[in-house]
Design a binder for this molecule. Structure first.
Ligand code: SAH
Length: 419
């Protein structure tokens, strides 16, 4: 089935052979999806983004992918082994089917939920591309120019598999927009299809029975942090019947609404983005018919988290549950030690704001900082602040975000009681 949306289809119709060094071959045999420039012995110098790239080990084909000459990851693999399956609509349909089965087996999206990740990049065989559903909207977010000539075929595969989808939002990573690669194909970040002037990119969806509004055209990520769905549910359950919850780095109030629904009397959001605080207020409005949400006293503080937490502490405020879910502080390996210092400061502030026997929920989405080193730092910081933690759980991304190779793990979330 082809959508009516005018998008590039059919790839570039070029198929190139790639020859790799021993190191590159080993990496492909381990089914790692990235081929770095320094592993390539031969690839046509005029390779264009999206050209099909077939990897030979001298005798036979061992993988197939798409070329990305703009990036240090020069080829991104979609399939492994000796298969002669062509990179194109049929392969995209098959991979979308495998991704769907994987999610059914894992029980996602779960009850009363119509927003979830349909394709999670390399771990679903679509390196550099994610696809999310929000009610009837498909959001395709593209991180590599290699997918640009194929984007219509990927959209068709998903529209055919998920009949509830009616609309499409096309998003590009910041890096890709900066390269303006998408302009060569007359595409722009935040394009909406069908191009109805009355649709501004806002869509209301449901997650575990709560209603949320996402701005799929210009919201962060694809409009919502779907990877935290299970942690929101768990933190909500822990907040049941508590007096007060602090949600630091709240974005549009996801964690806050779960806490309010389970009966937390007061919920405070902190986020330095005014739009995020306004979105959280709107999301509370959307759930007014739930009595516990209507009863909850909800407050938003648009301020820097480090500053606002210090102010709350000086004002003598204390909370039963503190949730800390910062953005990635380490975008590169060189920022790791600075990031650990920031996590440490946040953990100290958070435990100082907790009542006796309070609960700390502390997450990080930085793939550059491992769970063990991060949580060691959080434990140390809490102990230094005189409030050592009794950890009772650690979690990762929701199962619609499979992570099948080392670099794809990023989200970790610690749960602890603070006596
Ligand atoms: N917990 C959220 C996702 C948080 S994303 C959810 O479940 O949906 C991180 C948020 O931190 C973003 O909304 C961003 O605006 C905010 N942020 C980043 N740096 C900040 C800072 N220094 N102070 C306050 N908020 C910040």
């Amino acid at each position: 089935m082809q959508t009516v949306f005018p998008l590039p289809r059919g790839g570039t119709s070029r198929c190139l052979a790639v020859r790799l060094s021993e190191k590159g071959l080993r990496s492909v045999r381990r089914r790692h999806p990235w081929i770095f420039a320094d592993s390539i012995e031969k690839l046509a110098p005029d390779a264009a983004p999206g050209d099909v790239a077939v990897v030979y080990d001298g005798k036979k084909i061992i993988g197939a992918g798409i070329a990305d000459p703009d990036s240090n990851v020069r080829v991104r693999l979609l399939s492994f082994g000796a298969s002669r399956e062509k990179v194109g609509p049929e392969l995209f349909r098959r991979l979308a089917g495998t991704a769907a089965e994987r999610r059914t087996e894992a029980g996602v999206p779960g009850p009363e939920t119509d927003a979830w990740r349909l394709l999670n990049g390399e771990s679903d065989g679509f390196p550099g591309l994610v696809a999310d559903q929000y009610a009837d909207v498909l959001v395709l977010k593209i991180y590599t120019s290699a997918f640009l000539p194929h984007v219509g075929d990927v959209a068709d595969a998903l529209f055919a598999r998920y009949p509830a989808l009616k609309r499409l939002a096309l998003r590009f990573s910041r890096e890709l927009s900066a390269m303006s690669a998408e302009r060569r194909l007359r595409l722009a970040d935040g394009m909406l299809f069908p191009c109805e002037p009355e649709w501004n990119g806002e869509v209301v969806f449901r997650e575990n029975g709560l209603r949320f509004l996402a701005d799929v055209r210009s919201g962060q990520k694809t409009g919502f942090f779907l990877d935290q769905r299970e942690n929101r549910a768990r933190a909500g359950a822990l907040a049941a019947g508590t007096d007060s919850v602090l949600n630091v780095f709240s974005y549009s109030g996801g964690f806050s609404l779960y806490a309010a629904r389970s009966g937390a009397k007061r919920v405070t959001d902190i986020d330095f983005s005014r739009q995020a605080i306004a979105a959280s207020m709107r999301n509370f409005e959307l759930n007014r018919e739930i009595p516990a949400v209507a009863r909850c006293r909800h407050r938003g503080i648009a301020d820097d988290a480090f500053h606002a937490m210090g102010e709350l502490e000086r004002a003598g405020e204390r909370f039963s549950v503190v949730i800390v879910d910062p953005p990635s502080f380490a975008k590169s390996a060189s920022e790791r030690s600075q990031a650990l210092k920031s996590y440490s400061r946040l953990a100290k502030s958070a435990v100082r704001l907790l009542e006796r026997n309070g609960i700390l929920v502390f997450a990080s989405c930085s793939s550059r900082v491992g769970a063990d080193e991060l949580f060691e730092e959080v434990h140390r910081a809490a102990a230094d602040a005189g409030r050592p933690l009794t950890e009772f759980d650690r979690r990762a991304e929701a199962p619609d975000h499979p992570a099948l190779f080392p670099e794809s793990h990023y989200l970790k979330c610690l749960y602890a009681r603070v006596p």
